[in-house]
Design a protein around this ligand. Structure first.
Ligand SMILES: [Zn+2]
Length: 540
C-alpha cells in the first residue's frame, strides 16, 4: 500500500489493517484520530480538511520512510482524510507492523507527531452558530468575536481529539478570512544571481542546517535561511519568550511571551516556507545529546549566548568534521568565526586554549545590548552560511572578523591550527578508533550537571588526594585508577547509565577512559580539565 495517501471517502480500518498485515510481524499498532464535536467552547457541526497535495504526499512518504528506518519496523502507512467530515468520522489513520510491539508503538507515535508538525494540511471548522474558521493553532483558533491576540484564553484550552494540533500555524491568523490557498515559495530573486542559479538553489534544497539558539542571533539566521529554501532546518532552544527579548528578537510578538521560542520559530518557518523541513529540538544541548542531534545536519550555526554551548559545539563538530559558524555579541560589538572542521581548519580551542568559561564575559541579560547588534551578526552568519553552502567566493576562512558598531571599525585576525589543541589531538586519536565511537572527553560546568545528565561520577584519584581536595559532590564512587583498571572483579559501568571518570587535571581520567573503551566499555567518559577546571570555574 502507499506509505502516505489522502482519501476523500471514509476510512475502512479493517481494510487498511489487512493491507498492512505482515505474516512475519507479531506487533501491529494503529492510531485513529477522530473529529470531535467542540472547539474553543463552540459546538462544531462538521469540518473540512484541505491539503497542498503534491507537497503533503511527498512529506508524508518521507515521514513514514523515516519511521521504518528509525525503528527498524517492517511496514507502516498513514491515510489522511480531505474534504468534508462529519462528527465522529476518522480524520487520520496510522498503522505500523513490527516484529515487536515496542517498535510498533514508537513508530506509530513518531508518524502521527511528525505528520502533525510537517505535513501541510488545513482544517476548517463549521460551528453550530453558523460561523466557520480555519483552525491552525490555539491562538488562531479563537472564534471571530475574541481578539486574535488573546493568548491567555487560547493557551488555557485543551484539544480533545487526536488530530487537533495537527496543522497549527500553517495559515497564521487567517481564522476569519478562510484563505484556502497558499502561494508557492518563489526563489527567483536569488536564482537570478548567476553565482546561484538553479544549481545553487538545488544545493540549498539538499542542505541540512542546525541553528543552535532562537534568540537575537538566531532570528535573522532562521528567517533568511528559511526564505532561501534550505531543505532542512533544525532549531535548538529550551527557553520561553520574555518581553525583554523583543527589542532584538524581531520574529516574535508580545502576545507570544511565555511560549517556547523553538515552537514559535518553527511556526514562523512553516508560515514563511512550507518547503522547509523544520525540526524542533526543544532542549538544551549537552554532552549527552549534542552528538546525536548535530549528526543529523551538514552545517551548524551557533547562535547561543554561552561559552559552554559554543565549546561543546566546537568539540562535537571537530569530531564529526562538520563546519560551524560561531558568533558572539557584547554590548555594541561582536565577532564571527567560521570553523571549517570539515577541512581541518583551526577550531575554537586552537584559538582559546584556556577555554573562557561562562560568567566571565557578560551576556545580553547582564551587559545590555542594542537590538540591531545581534541582528547584524546573525545576518552575517546567515550570509556566511549561504556562501559556504553555495560555494561562493570570499568565505570567511581562517580568520576571526571583529566589528565594533559604535566606531564601525573592523578587524580581521588570522587564526591557525594549534599543535597543542586538545580537540585536534583527540581527533587524531579518534581516527584510529572504529567509526561510530563517541567522544571520550566531555565538559560539564559542575558535577551536579553530570549527575543530572545521567552519569555516575567515579573519582579515580588516590585516597591522599581526596583528603586534600574532596570530590566536589557527595554522590561519587571512589575507585583509585589502579583498582579501576586492574581490580577484581573488573570495573563495570551501570547497566543503563554512563560513567564519568574524574581526576585532578583530566589526564589520568582520559587515559583510564581510553583504556576501558579499548576493552569494549563504550559508556565510559572522562571529564575534560578534571577537578582543577571545576574549581577554576567556581572561583571565576
Ligand atoms: Zn583545534
Amino acid at each position: 500500500m502507499a506509505a502516505f495517501r489522502f482519501s476523500r471517502t471514509s476510512l475502512d480500518v479493517a481494510a487498511l489493517r489487512t493491507e498492512l498485515a505482515d505474516p512475519t510481524c507479531g506487533g501491529y499498532t494503529s492510531f485513529e484520530g477522530l473529529v470531535r464535536n467542540h472547539n474553543e467552547g463552540l459546538s462544531v457541526r462538521h469540518l473540512e480538511y484541505e491539503a497542498f497535495e503534491p507537497l503533503a504526499v511527498k512529506e508524508g512518504e518521507r515521514i513514514v520512510a523515516e519511521a521504518i528506518e528509525r525503528f527498524g519496523i517492517e511496514r507502516a502507512a498513514c491515510v489522511h482524510r480531505i474534504g468534508d467530515l462529519a462528527i465522529g468520522e476518522m480524520a487520520v489513520w496510522v498503522g505500523a507492523s513490527a516484529r515487536h510491539r515496542d517498535e510498533a508503538f514508537r513508530a506509530c507515535r513518531y508518524i502521527i507527531d511528525e505528520v502533525k508538525h510537517r505535513v501541510p494540511i488545513w482544517k476548517k471548522e463549521h460551528y453550530e452558530n453558523g460561523d466557520s474558521g480555519w483552525v491552525n493553532c490555539e491562538r488562531c483558533a479563537a472564534p471571530p468575536s475574541t481578539p486574535a491576540t488573546d493568548a491567555s484564553a487560547a493557551s488555557a484550552h485543551q484539544h480533545g481529539h487526536g488530530h487537533d494540533h495537527a496543522h497549527r500555524h500553517q495559515h497564521e491568523h487567517s481564522a476569519t478570512t478562510g484563505a484556502s490557498s497558499t502561494p508557492a515559495p518563489d526563489y527567483s530573486r536569488q536564482i537570478a544571481l548567476k553565482e546561484v542559479g538553479a544549481r545553487g538553489q538545488s544545493k540549498l534544497r539538499a542542505s541540512r542546517v542546525l541553528i543552535v539558539g532562537c534568540g537575537g542571533l538566531g532570528v535573522p539566521v532562521i528567517s533568511y535561511l528559511a526564505g532561501a529554501g534550505i531543505g532542512r532546518l533544525g532549531l535548538v532552544d529550551s527557553d520561553r519568550l520574555e518581553a525583554s527579548n523583543l527589542h532584538r528578537q524581531t520574529m516574535y510578538a508580545l502576545a507570544d511571551v511565555g511560549q517556547r521560542k523553538v515552537e514559535l520559530a518553527a511556526a514562523r518557518v512553516r508560515a514563511l516556507n512550507p518547503d522547509v523541513d523544520v525540526r524542533v529540538h526543544g532542549i538544551r544541548l549537552d554532552a549527552t545529546n549534542a552528538a546525536e542531534i548535530v549528526g543529523q545536519y551538514d552545517l551548524v550555526i551557533d547562535c547561543s549566548d554561552n561559552f559552554s554551548t559554543k565549546f561543546l559545539l566546537n568539540d562535537v563538530c571537530v569530531q564529526k568534521r562538520l563546519p560551524v559558524i560561531f558568533s558572539s555579541v557584547y554590548q555594541y560589538e561582536g565577532q564571527i568565526q567560521v570553523v571549517r572542521a570539515d577541512r581541518d581548519g583551526p577550531c575554537l580551542r586552537c584559538i582559546w586554549p584556556e577555554a573562557t568559561r561562562d560568567g566571565i564575559v557578560g551576556n545580553c541579560a547582564e551587559a545590555g545590548v542594542l537590538g540591531p547588534v545581534p541582528g547584524t551578526f546573525g545576518s552575517l552568519q546567515a550570509f556566511e552560511a549561504l556562501k559556504l553552502l553555495l560555494d561562493l567566493p570570499g568565505q570567511l576562512g581562517q580568520e576571526l572578523l571583529m566589528l565594533d558598531l559604535l566606531t564601525l571599525s573592523i578587524a580581521r585576525v588570522r587564526t591557525k591550527r594549534a599543535a597543542t589543541c586538545p580537540d585536534h589531538a583527540q581527533l587524531a586519536q579518534a581516527q584510529t578508533r572504529a567509526p561510530g565511537d563517541v567522544a571520550v572527553e566531555v565538559d560539564f560546568p559542575s558535577l551536579d550537571d553530570a549527575l543530572a545528565a545521567g552519569f555516575e561520577v567515579v573519582d579515580i584519584r588516590e585516597p591522599q588526594e581526596l583528603v586534600e581536595v574532596p570530590t566536589p559532590t557527595a554522590k561519587a564512587r571512589h575507585i583509585p585508577m589502579t583498582a579501576l583498571l586492574h581490580g577484581k572483579p573488573a570495573f563495570t559501568p551501570p547497566a543503563a547509565g554512563k560513567s564519568l571518570l574524574i581526576c585532578a587535571s583530566g589526564r589520568r581520567s582520559l587515559a583510564a577512559a581510553e583504556e576501558l573503551r579499548s576493552r569494549g566499555l563504550n559508556n565510559v567518559y572522562s571529564l575534560r580539565g578534571g577537578i582543577a577546571r571545576l574549581i577554576r570555574t567556581v572561583s571565576a
